[in-house]
Design a protein around this ligand. Structure first.
Ligand SMILES: [Cu+2]
Length: 97
């Protein structure tokens, strides 16, 4: 939540992670985010991971590459999808499968 003029609702839906196997340290997480007012997502955390980052997939020299992004703009009233092949959350140091 950001400080500002009034209440801002942020709705997260359709959140999912592919099943992981024991010992797998990293997983991608996907979800839809919708904010009632314009916001910027600047950080993520998870109780099941030591560290979480916001990532994006981008084509570079004909290859899809993944890189961390510092922020994701959330336009007012618009659903932003973090989905395979695009923006996603990366969870590092998973506590378990
Ligand atoms: Cu990633």
């Amino acid at each position: 939540m950001l400080a500002g003029d009034g209440k801002v609702d942020v709705e997260v839906s359709n959140a999912w992670v592919r099943a992981t196997v024991p010992g797998q340290p990293v997983a991608g997480a996907y979800l839809d985010i919708r904010a009632s007012s314009r916001l910027t997502l600047v950080g993520v955390a998870s109780p099941v991971a030591q560290r979480a980052e916001i990532h994006e997939m981008k084509e570079e020299d004909g290859m899809m590459k993944m890189r961390a992004v510092k922020a994701v703009e959330l336009p007012a009233g618009t659903t932003v999808s973090l989905a395979p092949g695009g923006l996603h959350l990366m969870l590092f140091g998973l506590a378990g499968p």
